[in-house]
Design a protein around this ligand. Structure first.
Ligand code: MG
Length: 203
């Protein structure tokens, strides 16, 4: 399986990182070795001193497809979840400044936190989903899918032009504002609406 991740999909987050708005989705991949699940602890890697949390809604692909039209995109995922796209911001900034690919800052081991999944049909409107991240009991990030620049259908249609989607692939749909570094001892809890999706520690 692969992780397909969307960057710069919430205007306020684009502004906080002083990035430019893009006309098409920004896409990058993580390998299967990036997976961190079942609320296992996240161990801070030694190659960064500035690992940021990015809480994101996840889509789990339910069947193979390519060149999917937006109007059919809903047929390609049945479940959603919540995750964190951990990012070594110091490495990423250096690589971006040189115009180099920033893969190692995004796709390293255990950089993709994945919750359990629930049926997408649990929610009456996927274009109006609240989600949030709490660190040590304080709300750090809050988002609503209505604020996405590219919605789920547009994302699935766009990425499926380049990468065949396969059953079990997971799409990270972008993070809202409020990204910040994590530290050893932090406890991270993620919610969609009022439901707890993950709860783990940084070690
Ligand atoms: Mg992200």
């Amino acid at each position: 399986m692969k992780f397909i991740c969307i960057g710069r999909n919430y205007a306020a987050h684009i502004e906080e990182l002083k990035n430019e708005r893009n006309e098409e989705p920004v896409v990058f991949l993580k390998p299967d070795t990036a997976l961190l699940k079942d609320n296992q602890p996240f161990y801070l890697p030694d190659f960064s001193t500035d690992v940021h949390h990015e809480v994101e809604i996840l889509l789990k692909i339910s069947k193979e497809g390519k060149y999917i039209e937006p109007k059919f995109a809903h047929n390609y995922f049945e479940e959603i979840g919540l995750g964190i796209d951990f990012t070594a911001r110091d490495l990423q900034s250096k690589l971006k400044a040189k115009g180099l690919p920033w893969e190692i800052s995004k796709a390293f081991n255990h950089s993709a936190v994945v919750s359990h999944f629930v049926p997408a049909s649990n929610y009456p409107d996927l274009k109006n989903l609240n989600f949030s991240l709490e660190v040590n009991g304080q709300i750090r990030q809050q988002g609503n899918t209505s604020m996405m620049l590219f919605d789920f259908a547009t994302i699935i249609s766009y990425v499926s032009k380049f990468f065949t989607l396969k059953k079990g692939d997971i799409i990270f749909t972008g993070t809202p504002a409020g990204v910040a570094p994590v530290a050893i001892g932090d406890r991270l809890k993620g919610y969609i609406e009022q439901e707890l999706f993950f709860d783990f520690e940084v070690k």
